[in-house]
Design a protein around this ligand. Structure first.
Ligand code: DX5
Ligand code: ZN
Length: 221
């Protein structure tokens, strides 16, 4: 098992070549494919929905990691599970009853992830932590690929790591936003073990495979 996992953020890829982009990630050793679902309401942008997850499903056997940046995600969980997502991550800001939402995700056969905006304190996750299969710390404000990493989030990852360890939880600790060969080692040292990257992979001048190789080699594994 690698010391850490890489999850290319597929919304930064060229959608006219979706199957090829996913295949390139797979052969370069990507571990998961991260799908950023945005509704134009919880976040300003609109990206993709369950039909896109279905298309990714047909293109790969890698785990599909859907990051739901949508209001009222409870209403859409079945659809994303049926589309073939393996992991569903919801924002604490969108879930009035977070433990219930995580239970629902598990009952659909998916791994249950929870995330929080940079401005939301870790305490907002407290009740849900024992149930979470994954905790995602956003290192940018959600909404767009290509933003600058927020170094204040290093301490937040350390705090989540402490809380997960105190619970004896083996949940993945994922980070998302501005991850590069420079920022990945900082978050790895803070305790993260799954790294989402959009621009760092798909906008790499030498191609996605080189982007993945550099992210793979920048921290001990
Ligand atoms: C931001 C998304 C990210 C984004 C990452 O709202 O959740 O997954 O696509 O892109 P980069 O790595 O370019 O910051
Ligand atoms: Zn994301």
């Amino acid at each position: 098992m690698p010391a850490y996992f890489l999850a290319p953020s597929i919304i930064a890829s060229d959608f006219t070549r979706l199957g090829d982009e996913i295949a390139a990630c797979e052969s370069a050793g990507a571990d998961w494919i991260h799908v950023d679902v945005m509704d134009g309401h919880f976040v300003p942008t609109i990206t993709v929905g369950p039909l896109f997850v279905q298309a990714c499903r047909r293109a790969t056997r890698l785990p599909l990691d859907a990051h739901l940046m949508v209001d009222n995600p409870d209403a859409h969980l079945e659809e994303f599970a049926a589309a073939g997502a393996d992991r569903l991550t919801v924002h604490v800001e969108t879930c009035p009853n977070l433990p219930q939402t995580l239970e629902k995700i598990k009952s659909l056969g998916c791994a249950a992830g929870v995330t929080l905006n940079p401005a939301t304190p870790v305490s907002a996750l407290e009740a849900a932590l024992p149930l979470a299969d994954l905790v995602l710390v956003m290192s940018v404000n959600p909404g767009y690929s290509g933003q600058t990493f927020m170094p204040e989030m290093i301490a937040k990852v350390q705090e989540v790591r402490r809380r997960l360890d105190a619970l004896g939880s083996k949940a993945f600790l994922q980070v998302d936003g501005g991850i590069t060969p420079q920022t990945l080692p900082l978050m790895y040292a803070a305790g993260a073990n799954v790294f989402v990257a959009g621009n760092g992979i798909f906008k790499h001048p030498q191609g996605a495979a080189e982007g993945i190789r550099l992210l793979r080699e920048c921290a001990p594994s």
